[in-house]
Design a binder for this molecule. Structure first.
Ligand SMILES: [Zn+2]
Length: 343
């Protein structure tokens, strides 16, 4: 790409009204905030300064990342911490042109540190409500269960969260290998009965069978990651037939060695197969970039073009859990922007 058109392309992405569907709020904990919260809550970390915290953000696989991620989450103690963390991410959304975001949180991590659910949800929900009011950024909150924990307490946790309110759906995250979706059938059935949306991480490190299980047993509406689906042509057919969205996170996949580099990522092949793919940032503080950086670098490295970016954003609007009316508004915001840019 020529320097001039590269600048134009980056500006197109940065100002484009966008949707993000795969974002863990605990994964937006920047090193500066990590150290500030640790100091405020008198928690000892193995990092002395920002540089040593930053250098710990290097991973060889999903598990090595999760170890650092859960250590980071241990500094989140008070409602104010959850509020400030969420508000800082939403401030990024404002800077990045994100008009709607669907956010995961991991209540079991915080409960295991003795933090009450209403403290966690209270802080997150206040920030979400403020961002909608102040900046017009809409959101949905998705409660994630950690698949490497016991499934036993998940149903009562779901009911506690429902009493507090403000949950749009449930998800499944954390260490995938050895923890197949089938463990969580009961809580996903309960969520369906309660009218909640359902998503699950599957087919990132885990095999295509986990995607089948998430679809057949958990009845999920979206697959988070799902990049290994291309290993199974029958699965690709199913994903195409039902137009199941896949929330792909390129920086995360490279950082966690699912692909050796962005040039080897299979996003382009997924687009060409006609799959309903979207681009997302996953845990941006840990993986080197937010949504715009993910889009710009991936599209550049895979030598895709502006039409792919528009397609990925249309996919994201369609795959969101917004009302039909809200989706219409977002489609027209996107179309107006594209028309204005290309004219
Ligand atoms: Zn994720």
């Amino acid at each position: 790409m020529k320097e001039e058109s590269k600048i134009e392309f980056e500006s197109f992405v940065k100002h484009m009204p966008k949707v993000e569907l795969h974002l863990h709020i605990e994964g937006t904990l920047e090193p500066e905030m990590l150290l500030r919260f640790a100091q405020r809550n008198e928690i000892n970390l193995p990092y002395k300064d920002i540089e040593s915290a930053r250098s710990a953000y290097q991973f060889k696989d999903l598990q090595s990342f999760l170890n650092v991620y859960y250590l980071g989450a241990s500094v989140l103690r008070e409602e104010l911490d959850f509020y400030e963390l969420t508000k800082a991410y939403l401030q990024r959304c404002k800077q990045q042109g994100i008009m709607h975001t669907e956010i995961f949180f991991d209540p079991q991590t915080h409960l295991s540190h003795g933090i009450a659910l209403d403290v966690v949800m209270g802080g997150i929900r206040s920030a979400l409500a403020e961002a909608e009011c102040e900046w017009g950024i809409s959101s949905a909150l998705i409660l994630c269960f950690e698949r490497d924990r016991d499934a036993e307490s998940t149903v009562s946790l779901l009911h506690d969260a429902m009493k507090i309110g403000g949950i749009a759906g449930i998800g499944l995250d954390s260490a995938e290998l050895g923890n197949p979706p089938r463990k969580f059938q009961e809580v996903f059935q309960r969520a369906k009965n309660l009218g909640l949306h359902r998503v699950a991480h599957a087919g990132e490190e885990g095999p295509p069978e986990y995607i089948w299980e998430a679809l057949n047993l958990l009845k999920v509406e979206r697959i988070d990651h799902g990049v290994r689906c291309l290993e199974d042509s029958g699965l690709v057919e199913r994903l195409l037939e039902e137009r199941i969205p896949l929330t792909v996170c390129p920086f995360s996949n490279v950082e966690l060695k699912v692909f050796p580099d962005l040039e080897s990522h299979n996003l382009g092949k997924m687009i060409d197969a006609g799959l309903h793919v979207t681009i997302n940032s996953d845990d941006p503080a840990y993986f080197g970039g937010y949504l715009n950086e993910n889009i710009i670098s991936t599209v550049n490295c895979l030598e895709r073009d502006i039409n792919d970016i528009i397609l990925l954003q249309k996919n994201a609007i369609e795959a969101s859990f917004c009302t039909t009316e809200k989706k219409k508004q977002m489609f027209s915001a996107l179309e107006n922007y594209v028309d204005g840019f290309l004219s």
